[in-house]
Each structure stands twice: as C-alpha cells, then as structure tokens.
Write a protein that binds this ligand. Structure first.
Ligand code: IMP
Length: 221
C-alpha cells in the first residue's frame, strides 16, 4: 500500500486509499516439476500467481499439436477459459542429435504409456547405448504461452527458451525432474546436480519465462 501523504492543513484528515489487489495469473500445468519452477520464475512478476490446485481446477488438456507452440497455446487457452483469468502454459521437451531431434515435443510420452520419469531416462539411455560423446549432443526447448481468458481479447503470445547440453551415460543428482539426471550442463554436472537457482539461470524454461515477464509487466500497468 502506498505511504500516506502528510496532512496538508491543520485538522485535515486522511481517507484510506482502497487496497490494491494484484491481477491473477494461473500456471496452466498439472506437472509438479513445472509448477515448482514456474512459481519461482514468476516470483515478483506483478501478478498473484495461482496453480490449478489453488482454484480446485481439475483440467487435463490433450496435447494434440505437433509443435511446442501449438500445445502451449492449447493448454494456456483451455486453462484461461476454465478459470476466467490470464493463464501461462509451458510446452517443452528434449531434442537429442543422435535421434534426429527426438523425442522433442513427444518427450513426456517417450517410451510409451506406463513409464515414469526414471523409466523414460532408462529408455533414452538404452536408445543411445554405444553412441559416443558428439552424438549425445542435446537441447531442452520450452515455449511459454500466455493466454487471455475467454471474453477478453483472445490474445495468445508465445516466448521461447533453449538450453544446450549433452546426454550423460548414467543418471546423477536429485534435483529438477524429467530428464535432468542425464542432462549434462557442463562436463562435470548434470542438471539434477544444480541448485534450483542455478537451474533457473541456465534452463530453457528460465529463459522463456524471463522473456514472458517483460510482456506480463506491460499487462499490469
Ligand atoms: P509437456 O510439456 O507436458 O509435453 O512435457 C514436457 C516433457 O519434457 C516433461 O514431461 C519432461 O519429460 C521433459 N522436460 C521438459 N522440461 C524439462 C526439464 O526442465 N527437465 C527435465 N525434463 C524436462
């Protein structure tokens, strides 16, 4: 709340200005790893940042797109329409050179249904067995989409972030989620061995959200 100006004349009283409420922004994902990171990355963005859980919103959006941008837009639009507030979605994946850029947009479904994060990591290591260092080049890519609620302008804007690295031969580290235990950020450390703050500086998601924050700031004014 802004500081009260001193009374201008003796005997003059103040009227208390109305409390300022921040506009709301919904994180459009049910993935707990993404929720954790997006909450951190959106801290201080000028919005009151909410999760689907905060709104008791149970919504599964089928990812029918063939690009990150299509899927991020689908998710942001669906959550914005359901909640009636601005929504921010992330669609992301890992692209491995030796696999021609796969699994890419299908990273969450790599290896088929029934696998968890650890299972998908093992699947990728198996697909890369015998592949030497240069062929293990890889990158994470994230597209962040911000959608107006239905009844608003219907605008959706997207932002991209990319992080280059290599696929390790064995998983290491407890941080992050998904493929982080096998994503080498330098010759010594996997992404899962970084602190959350270090990951935010380097990650595809960190870069995409930092680009989105400039747009979000302009929406608050
Ligand atoms: P989607 O965006 O819901 O299609 O899921 C993206 C998938 O890519 C995740 O489920 C992970 O498997 C992988 N992924 C995306 N970002 C990261 C990350 O920061 N660390 C590890 N894996 C990630």
């Amino acid at each position: 709340m802004p500081a009260l100006a001193p009374p201008r004349r003796p005997g003059e009283t103040h009227s208390v200005p109305p409390a300022e409420t921040a506009p709301q922004l919904l994180i459009a994902t049910n993935n707990p790893g993404k929720v954790r990171e997006l909450r951190r990355l959106l801290d201080g963005c000028g919005f009151d940042v909410l999760t689907p859980g905060d709104l008791s919103l149970a919504l599964e959006v089928e990812e029918t797109g063939t690009t990150y941008a299509e899927n991020a837009t689908l998710k942001a639009r669906a959550f914005a329409a359901a909640a009636g507030i601005l929504a921010l979605a992330d669609d992301s994946g890992i692209e491995v050179d030796a696999l021609g850029g796969a699994p890419g947009v299908y990273s969450a479904r790599y290896g088929g249904p029934g696998l968890d994060d650890a299972g998908r990591v093992q699947w990728l290591l198996h697909d890369l067995r015998g592949r030497p260092h240069p062929a293990r080049g890889a990158r994470y890519r994230a597209i962040v989409a911000v959608a107006e609620p239905a009844g608003g302008s219907g605008t959706v804007v997207t932002f991209e972030g990319v992080q280059e690295g290599y696929i390790a031969c064995t998983p290491r580290g407890e941080g992050g989620f998904g493929y982080d235990p096998i994503f080498l950020v330098d010759p010594w450390r996997t992404q899962a061995e970084l602190s959350p703050e270090e990951k935010d500086v380097l990650s595809h998601r960190g870069k995409a959200v930092r680009a989105a924050r400039a747009y979000l700031r302009a929406q608050v004014r």
